[in-house]
Design a protein around this ligand. Structure first.
Ligand code: S3P
Length: 171
């Protein structure tokens, strides 16, 4: 079984993914961390030294590497992963367990204000501009996120409730 979590930065893909993997008794993989291990460098550092285009290239490469295995796992993608190359199509070909963890822009802003410094795409955006940036960015990305097999509206759910909902839908 391959379960894939997608959604904007800060939507809790890693937190939900770890708990889900424990419940299903399968490994949890965070694509950003997988990239960092393979490249022996942080995502932040890769963006800084080699640029976003290079990052997107290796992101697609490592995604394909993971999807090509027979392994079972819960995989949390980076916020941008489904929106580049033909990643979303490839993901949907491999599994019917793709979940979009959806929050409204205001909730994402509140969540990301506390943890934006290590995220290269938003680190330099002033706090006062962040919600506007997220609103636009999310709008651009939504057509990809909305292709997920399931859209989980997270705004009014506890972590436990969202986990139960995801588990109830697994195929
Ligand atoms: C990105 C999200 C990040 C990371 C990189 C780019 C994006 O992952 O892959 O900074 O384009 O939204 P998280 O969603 O885990 O923060």
């Amino acid at each position: 079984m391959k379960i894939i979590l997608i959604g904007y930065m800060g939507c809790g893909k890693s937190t939900i993914g770890k708990s889900l993997a424990t419940k299903k008794n399968i490994p949890f993989i965070d694509l950003d961390m997988y990239i960092e291990e393979k490249e022996k460098s942080s995502v932040q550092e890769i963006f800084k030294s080699k640029g976003e285009i290079y990052f997107r290239k290796i992101e697609t490469k490592y995604l394909n590497e993971l999807l090509a295995t027979d392994s079972h796992f819960v995989l949390a993608l980076g916020g941008g992963t489904p929106c580049f190359a033909n990643n979303m199509a490839i993901i949907l070909e491999k599994t019917s367990n793709v979940f979009y963890l959806k929050y409204n822009p205001k909730s994402l802003t509140d969540r990301l204000l506390l943890q934006k410094n290590h995220r290269p795409l938003i680190a330099d955006i002033a706090n006062t501009e962040l919600e506007e940036f997220i609103r636009k960015h999310l709008f651009e990305r939504s057509s990809y996120y909305n292709q997920a097999n399931y859209i989980i509206s997270m705004d009014n759910l506890t972590i436990e409730q969202s986990l139960e909902l995801i588990e109830s839908k697994l195929e």
